[in-house]
Write a protein that binds this ligand. Structure first.
Ligand SMILES: Cc1cc2nc3c(=O)[nH]c(=O)nc-3n(C[C@H](O)[C@H](O)[C@H](O)COP(=O)(O)OP(=O)(O)OC[C@H]3O[C@@H](n4cnc5c(N)ncnc54)[C@H](O)[C@@H]3O)c2cc1C
Length: 417
């Protein structure tokens, strides 16, 4: 057949998990061919952590597991071979010094994600991993075992194939969900891909009036059916139809499947003040603004974009003189500032999510090797598996740990053929 070649291990893609799989397989002595449809490897990796790459989290195994809401136990085998300390040592051995920031988040000292991508590429070159720009269209399966892949340029045969084609989020980086089609071809069940770490659409449409506004130090509380399920402190951003920013993305990962419309976000815009302290502050403002309209006092408390919507939410006319505002109205104002509530309508589309929840069912993958239980010689790694984590470097740790295990296991399989 046109274009047919034979190698030990084919790695489908050059993302975080794919590059790590290829390195691990080659380190075990396998001849490895890495196929990536993009011109450049690691396109998503290069934009992680706002271009700084939060490469892992400097935590122990228990903390790692606690930060993975979905199928954490499946990852036990992968983590026992490759912990955050191993990833730190790995990148430092490749000449990338690392630093640990708030929340034990690990970044390159240079603050450049490109340094992480380059280090992986350098290691691939040292190990003579062959890299080809190819779009894999299907798997080549014979008698229940994978024997290679088919690309637009023909068939490439191999003794093992690692699928690490990513999820469905940020498809412009290459992860467009086609990996699921390849997994399905081998008979795998795909747990419905859903957004996680994703901006949220709110029932309250007034948010659009404040689009682009970022609040830096707010406390948020996520409730589901009125029960608190998550709290955070930090940044919140107003979007055209809802809210985003670090606290909201983290909160979104705690929303139980299918329950988004039962959830609400309560925002404390003045977390440093108790309701009583806030009332004294409002009274002081009113005192200094005698005879002036309510809207002017709001300007002292809030960014310009929130003045009008706030006046409406409190039901106090923006033109009402501050000295005419009674105790009850002041109470309503303080309450709104302490618990501005957004009811959640939905997630934004999955293409805007930082990670994909769902993917290849873990029931059909061996946690000890990452090999398919349905098709021998086929391995999985990274985000295309039905696992996902909170923010903090945990998702890349999953990609690296599963990649490492899939790489080592595929090389071991090849040795025994
Ligand atoms: C904006 C953003 C910021 C993030 N920041 C962080 C962070 O700081 N820390 C963290 O831990 N996580 C972060 N994440 C999540 C993290 O980037 C992903 O979980 C991780 O990159 C997944 O790695 P992967 O190798 O499984 O998939 P990907 O990195 O998506 O790689 C998949 C690759 O497969 C290729 N491919 C797909 N189909 C085919 C095909 N048919 N043929 C050939 N190639 C194919 C794609 O081109 C792509 O290169 C971030 C995500 C985003 C979107």
């Amino acid at each position: 057949m046109k274009g047919e070649t034979l190698t030990d291990v084919i790695v489908v893609d050059g993302g975080a998990a794919g590059m790590m799989s290829a390195i691990a397989a080659a380190e075990e002595g396998a001849k490895v061919l890495l196929l990536e449809k993009n011109e450049k490897l690691g396109r998503k990796l290069a934009i992680t952590g706002k271009g700084r790459c939060n490469v892992t989290n400097d935590c122990d195994l228990q903390t790692l597991m606690e930060n993975i809401p979905n199928n954490a136990r499946f990852l036990y085998g992968a983590f026992s071979r490759c912990l955050p300390s191993d990833i730190k040592a790995f990148f430092e051995s490749l000449g990338v010094p690392l630093k640990t920031e708030r929340g034990r988040r690990v970044f390159p000292v240079s603050d450049k994600a490109a340094d992480i991508v380059n280090a992986l590429q350098k290691r691939l070159a040292e190990l003579h991993v062959e890299i080809k720009r190819e779009n894999v269209r299907s798997l080549f399966i014979e008698n229940g075992a994978v024997r290679g892949v088919n690309t637009h340029n023909g068939q490439i045969r191999a003794k093992a194939v690692i699928l690490a084609a990513g999820g469905k989020s940020y498809p412009k980086t290459g992860s467009d969900g086609f990996g699921y089609t390849l997994a399905k071809q081998a008979g795998h069940f795909i747990v419905e891909p859903r957004p996680s770490l994703c901006p949220l659409v709110t029932v309250e449409t007034w948010v659009g009036q404040a689009v682009g506004l970022t609040l830096k130090n707010v406390a948020i509380k996520l409730t589901c059916d009125n029960k608190p399920i998550y709290e955070d402190f930090g940044e919140l951003m107003f979007t055209l139809d809802g809210v985003g920013g670090a606290t909201v993305l983290s909160a979104s990962a705690h929303i139980p499947n299918g329950m988004e419309s039962h959830c609400a976000l309560e925002i404390d815009l003045k977390p440093a003040l108790s309701e009583k302290q806030l009332d004294s502050r409002i009274l002081r403002d009113f005192e200094s603004l005698r005879g002036k309209p309510f809207s002017e006092s709001l300007r002292k408390l809030l960014p310009r974009e929130l003045v009008e919507p706030f006046a409406e939410l409190t039901g106090i006319s923006p033109d009402k003189k501050v000295d005419e505002i009674n105790k009850n109205e002041r109470k309503i104002l303080a309450k709104t500032l302490k618990s501005l509530t957004f009811h959640i309508k939905s997630f934004r589309p999955i293409v805007e999510a930082i990670v994909t929840r769902g993917g290849v069912s873990v029931k059909e993958i061996s946690p000890k090797t990452m090999e398919s239980r349905l098709c021998s010689g086929l391995f999985f790694a990274g985000e295309m598996i039905d696992v996902d984590a909170y923010t903090g470097g945990f998702n890349l740790q999953i990609a690296f740990s599963t990649g490492k295990l899939a790489g080592v296991s595929s090389a071991n399989l090849v040795k025994n053929i």
